[in-house]
Design a protein around this ligand. Structure first.
Ligand code: NAG
Ligand code: NAG
Ligand code: NAG
Ligand code: NAG
Ligand code: NAG
Ligand code: NAG
Ligand code: NAG
Ligand code: NAG
Ligand code: NAG
Length: 501
């Protein structure tokens, strides 16, 4: 009976995903990375590209049109969004020939060997240099015309990244609108994006939504973690559940576009991320939170579903950012958004490699013992995981499916992974004194099935919205019964939360 419930759930999920796949017309979502270069020990362009390749990064966004990088990116098939800097926008907006020259120098010189597919015109122009707003869309238009002349308009799309600041009240999403002082600019912009089949670029930072929210939102909501049933976030007008602030921010953009009577313009998240270090007044900027946010973001994107109001529009997102930009001004957190050190090692375990779906579900990641790790350290980690760590180590006992091969590395891998799958969503890491590493390759073999494997029935994926309790099946049944009651309570709870705003 237990299994029946599980199987039914699996079956329903499959049917649902299949239905989704059939009606989806847009391509899959992807995760890309922003490449900022205010770094004191910035590696040579070719090394940067090696780092991107080593981590199987398929999409990058540059803030300018750096010659060395664009050359180094040639023949890699990595898709590149190049940037018109804020300093350049005014000149290009005022002169069509300046726009054509920009395209010649920074796009035509590199395509097709460098796969430039987008141009981001300025960065948060409306909120940072509002005086340039009148020429923003004219600048985009001139760049687009230059692309048309070069017959590249189908390959290279022009857009401009916006800050969430242009949506003064993003919550609840259904009532979100752009700041009306920008009405005429936004209408021009949306018309341009619509005419050219381009996307609306949004920089969406739950880190700021959370830290500036003064405790209105639970941190779980910002980090894509499951919300306690009494704290569900529900839009009181649509009754849509928002499992993450990220989804709510993207939906706020969709509703704002809709309020100006435009539709079918995809929203792409050009920046999102979480800082791994902050000053004493920035307690939420931690390695654990950054690891949780970015890994959950990747899983969220790989689900290929849209936000609640646009279920068939996958959300692509570029993580901010490749390296810590230590030369940037501002608080300590501002210098610590990176995911890799300049030598290419990850600042925290992050799995970008499984971009794309694995059979319609989240690409799973596993935590296993590193090759060549010190066996005393592995043993210590194994003892911890199976003891205090609370991992289920039954399968590695004598006579059980994962006992053989009977060595510390194999046993540690199983235990590390079980620990990691159970604690990941609450900040548990895959480290074990440097002896553990993340992999996307399912380590299961024979009848030894690792926790989180697509072949394991009882895995509590941390992101499943109605996560069944730690593989207790009677709970599953009762969960379904109390579901409608919980729902009602949540609506009321969320309404109270949301009207405070
Ligand atoms: C990329 O490939 C083209 C065609 O094979 C070649 O002419 C060019 O030199 C290559 N560029 C680099 C930087 O290797
Ligand atoms: C460039 O990216 C586009 C869009 O994903 C893709 O269709 C094309 O194959 C890529 N070109 C190269 C040379 O990799
Ligand atoms: C809207 O934008 C204007 C111009 O930048 C600004 O003065 C105003 O404060 C903004 N309104 C809100 C509600 O943020
Ligand atoms: C902006 O557009 C919205 C939606 O069309 C409209 O309700 C609002 O009055 C407009 N504001 C201004 C200042 O034009
Ligand atoms: C936009 O897409 C439509 C439909 O797919 C197509 O007919 C049109 O040529 C495209 N226009 C541009 C500028 O890409
Ligand atoms: C890379 O750099 C970081 C920070 O400087 C350091 O901790 C790490 O050991 C380095 N990794 C390698 C493989 O050299
Ligand atoms: C699942 O994914 C694997 C690896 O990508 C693929 O070989 C297999 O055909 C997929 N199975 C289904 C049912 O889609
Ligand atoms: C993907 O997202 C949808 C909508 O948010 C959700 O219903 C579904 O359960 C998710 N899929 C997985 C495998 O978690
Ligand atoms: C999962 O199960 C399928 C079918 O039972 C099997 O072919 C496959 O090898 C298993 N995968 C793993 C990683 O054990």
């Amino acid at each position: 009976m237990i299994l029946d419930v599980m199987n039914l759930k699996k079956w329903l999920t499959n049917v649902f995903l299949l239905t989704l796949a059939m009606i989806t017309t847009t391509s899959d979502g992807f995760v890309g990375v922003n490449v900022g270069t205010d770094v004191s020990d910035l590696p040579a362009a070719s090394n940067m590209v090696n780092i991107l390749k080593a981590h199987q990064i398929t999409h990058v966004r540059l803030y300018d049109a750096n010659t060395q990088l664009l050359k180094a990116l040639s023949n890699t098939s990595i898709e590149v969004v190049v940037g018109v800097t804020n300093e350049e926008v005014l000149r290009i907006g005022e002169s069509a020939s300046a726009a054509a020259a920009w395209i010649n120098k920074n796009v035509l010189a590199y395509v097709p060997s460098t796969n430039i597919t987008g141009i981001a015109v300025g960065s948060e122009v409306l909120s940072t240099i509002p005086n340039v707003a009148p020429v923003l869309v004219p600048a985009m238009n001139s760049l687009h015309k230059a692309l048309v002349a070069a017959n590249l308009n189908f390959r290279v799309k022009v857009s401009t990244p916006h800050s969430m600041d242009i949506i003064p009240k993003p919550f609840p999403p259904s009532t979100a609108t752009f700041n009306s002082s920008w009405n005429s600019t936004m209408v021009q912009l949306l018309q341009f994006l619509k005419n050219t089949n381009s996307s609306f670029m949004l920089n969406a930072y739950p880190y700021y939504g959370y830290t500036k929210g003064d405790g209105i939102f639970p941190i779980e909501y910002a980090l894509f973690k499951p919300l306690p049933s009494v704290k569900q976030i529900v839009d009181p007008n649509t009754l849509f559940h928002y499992n993450s602030m990220f989804d709510a921010m993207v939906d706020a953009a969709y509703y704002s576009i809709d309020a100006l009577h435009f539709s079918d313009i995809p929203v792409v998240v050009t920046e999102t991320g979480w800082p791994s270090l902050g000053g004493s007044n920035e307690p939420d900027a931690t390695v654990g939170n950054a690891e949780t946010y970015n890994n959950n973001l990747i899983r969220r994107v790989q689900n290929d579903s849209g936000p609640p109001s646009q279920p068939n529009m996958p959300i692509s997102a570029y993580i901010y950012e490749l390296f810590n930009e230590d030369k940037r001004n501002g608080p300590i957190s501002e210098k610590n958004w990176g995911i890799f050190y300049p030598n290419g090692s990850a600042i925290y375990p992050l799995s970008l490699s499984a971009s794309g779906q694995i059979n319609g579900t989240y690409a799973s990641v596993f935590c296993v013992a590193k090759d060549g790790a010190d066996s005393d350290k592995l043993q210590a980690g194994l003892n911890y995981a199976c003891g205090q760590g609370g991992a289920n180590c039954a399968a590695i006992q004598q006579g059980q499916p994962c006992y053989l091969p009977n060595n510390v590395k194999s046993h540690a891998s199983f235990a590390f992974n079980d620990y990691y799958q159970k604690t990941h969503s609450t900040g548990g890491t895959c480290d074990f004194d440097g002896t553990a590493t993340i992999t996307t390759k399912d380590p299961s073999y024979g009848s030894c099935i690792y926790t989180g494997s697509s072949n394991s029935t009882g895995d509590g994926m941390s992101l499943a919205p109605m996560a069944l309790g730690p593989s207790s099946s009677s709970e599953a049944t009762s969960n379904m019964q109390v579901c409608s009651l919980q729902y009602l309570i949540s609506v009321i709870g969320a309404f109270l939360t949301l009207v405070v705003l």
